[in-house]
Design a protein around this ligand. Structure first.
Ligand code: ADP
Ligand code: MG
Ligand code: ZN
Length: 606
């Protein structure tokens, strides 16, 4: 941020000092003088003298002092005070001198003035000081602490995001849809002539890391119109009511700058369904913010040229009101990249990295099915880091392959202590997976087997890679997966006649596959094509909820057990038959720690 030239301010301490000095002066001089303007303190002997000279006019007794009015030297009446002394005869002498006795003598001329000086002025003074301080404080804190309701939406213009559509690999449909919006903002005339009006808002929807934020930034780069960007979480602030105020402010700014684009990232943080029940209390603030957003979206018409983009990976949790026509009525899906997309993303991110001439992105793309753009970008970076660590000046294929595993399975756990016996168990376990997979018809080929432990906790790892992109899974594919997953534990049983905790991850995966086959894919004979579970979030596969009776649910559990037991039996059968081959393969794996799919196939044939 640039600093305002007018803002060359003196340090805070300077103002502090000035304020302190002023307060001290006022305290010592001005206030006391104002409060008791005319009372003169005199000694008791002076008082006695004045009585003798008959100058005392009125006398009042206080608890600890005598206040009296008397003519001073020039004959003017003034107010005096003096201390109390034991003086039995005082009353008589005063009476003789002609003084009168009063209940009280006001020590000040005007009660209003005394009220002002005693109360109002000091209070005013401190309020002013307080305001001055808070203003300075809020300047120091970047203008955020005390300025209630000011949005800190950043205005991105083209040069500032520095991203264009060229930085986004794949995602052609999303780019096309966004391009239309950009084009509209450039030539609104073209659209007006034919009578088309653009949707007010578009929602980028897709799993995390697929480039939604990146796409929005690229739109800013392409659009050459002002681009307001704010993240949903920024609306949810410390003070109640700030969120709604921020929305108001954001749209006010946008209206001034139209044509322009407003981008709300992670809109689900404010746009969650309003459920009416405020059990936990804190919902009010979010609802207020959401209501304000809806109001603002309705408040302007698209012809003005404000287009609202938003991004979320939880579209199902959004309030229906947001998705109504006239609001975010256009959805732009931003999906996980396919093989082509993955290779393109790898290429984009490799542009600024020195690569070996013979790196094969196609192979990396194949090994990373299901990876998001963010993960792929991470893979390139990890590979570059590894190359530096090993003292090379270009990134090689092995760096890339290693970083695929790093990103997918965690870092290699160097120096982890594993006994020979454990290593043997792990090797048999992994060969068990691989051999079962190789013996099954139409199972995905083995790509790599390793018994190098990972920080993620995996002690070994068998990677299978499909020959081509798959969008559909058949029942056979899923059963093959089940059998392959149980292969590890089966090998332990066949060889050692005992089982270990090493299969926990396999068991978890197998259970969820078997469950999904029964409850979601209609692949079990017992239940047929009945949905027993709904998927709450298509991008979080674990986010499901049951929709069947307790009785059915118990039968589903039994069916899951049966399917896995059958798969396990099959794996045990295969491995028992191939025991000799399994021993040979395991010995080789123990020697090398890592073997490739090609080596594995060669050994199978030998
Ligand atoms: P999202 O907002 O969808 O969670 P981001 O836009 O933040 O994901 O993406 C994170 C990073 O991943 C980007 O900064 C970029 O480096 C990389 N990335 C994701 N998708 C792509 C893509 N299609 N092309 C190039 N890079 C991508
Ligand atoms: Mg994002
Ligand atoms: Zn396993």
């Amino acid at each position: 941020m640039k600093t305002d030239p007018k803002n060359t301010r003196k340090p805070l301490a300077f103002y502090y000092l000035i304020a302190m000095i002023v307060i001290m002066l006022l305290n010592a001089l001005v206030f006391p003088a104002l409060m008791s303007p005319h009372v003169t303190e005199v000694g008791y002997s002076d008082f006695l003298t004045m009585i003798e000279e008959n100058r005392v006019q009125e006398v009042a007794m206080d608890t600890d002092q005598i206040i009296f009015s008397a003519a001073d030297e020039e004959g003017e009446t003034a107010i005096f005070k003096t201390g109390l002394w034991p003086d039995d005869d005082l009353v008589n002498r005063l009476k003789d001198s002609g003084a009168s006795f009063a209940a009280a003598i006001p020590t000040q001329d005007s009660p209003l003035l005394s009220f002002l000086t005693g109360w109002i002025f000091p209070i005013l003074f401190f309020v002013l000081i307080g305001q001055l301080m808070s203003r300075m404080l809020s300047k120091k804190l970047g203008g955020n602490a005390m300025q209630f309701g000011k949005s800190n939406a950043k205005i991105y213009v083209e040069s500032q995001t520095g991203k264009t559509f060229a930085d986004v690999a794949g995602q052609d449909e999303a780019k096309e849809a966004l391009n239309e919006i950009v084009d509209f903002l450039h030539n609104p005339q073209k659209y007006k002539e034919i009578g088309a009006s653009l949707p007010k808002g578009a929602l980028l929807v897709g799993p995390p890391g697929t480039g939604k934020t990146l796409l929005a930034k690229a739109v800013a780069g392409e659009a050459k119109v002002p681009f307001f960007s704010i993240s949903g979480s920024e609306f949810v602030e410390m003070f109640v009511g700030m969120g709604a105020a921020k929305v108001r402010d954001l749209f006010k700014q946008a209206a001034e700058k139209a044509p322009c684009i407003v981008f709300i990232d992670e809109i689900d943080t404010i746009g969650k369904k309003r459920d009416g029940a405020h059990g936990m209390g804190g919902n009010d603030e979010r609802e207020q913010t959401l209501n304000q957003l809806l109001t603002e979206m309705d408040g302007f018409d698209g012809a003005k040229g404000v287009v609202i983009l938003a991004a979320t990976n939880r579209p199902e949790s959004l309030d229906k009101a947001l998705l109504r026509p006239g609001r975010f009525d256009r959805r732009i899906p931003v999906e996980l990249p396919d093989l082509q997309g993955r290779v393109a993303i790898l290429n984009v991110h490799a542009k600024n990295v020195k690569m070996d001439e013979n790196v094969d992105f196609d192979a990396i793309g194949r090994a990373t099915s299901g990876a998001s753009g963010a993960e792929l970008a991470n893979i390139i970076n990890e590979a570059a880091l590894r190359a530096v660590r090993l003292g090379r000046d270009t990134v090689s294929q092995s760096d890339l392959e290693e970083s695929v595993e790093t990103v997918i399975a965690g870092y290699q756990r160097k120096g982890a202590v594993i006994s020979e016996k454990e290593k043997q168990i792990i090797a048999y376990h992994e060969i068990g997976h691989a051999l079962v997979a190789a013996r099954l018809k139409n199972a995905a080929p083995v790509h790599k087997i390793t018994i190098i432990p990972r920080t993620s906790g995996a002690l070994g790892y068998t990677m299978q890679v499909e020959e081509e992109e798959r969008v559909l899974m058949s029942r056979e594919d899923m059963l093959n997966q089940l059998i392959t997953l149980t292969g590890g534990r089966a090998a332990e049983e066949v060889v050692f006649d005992s089982i270990t905790s090493g299969a926990s991850n396999d068991i978890e995966k197998a259970t969820s596959i078997a469950r999904a086959m029964i409850t979601r894919y209609g692949m079990s004979e017992q239940f047929g094509m009945v949905a027993l579970e709904t998927v709450n979030n298509p991008y979080l596969s674990a986010d499901t909820s049951l929709m069947c009776s307790q009785d059915t649910s118990a039968r589903v559990d039994a069916e899951v057990q049966k399917m896995i037991a059958q798969a396990h039996d099959k794996a045990v059968k295969i491995l028992t038959q191939d025991r000799e081959l399994m021993d040979r393969l395991t010995k080789h794996l123990l020697d090398r720690e890592t073997i490739t799919g090609a080596e594995f196939m060669d050994l199978m044939k030998a």
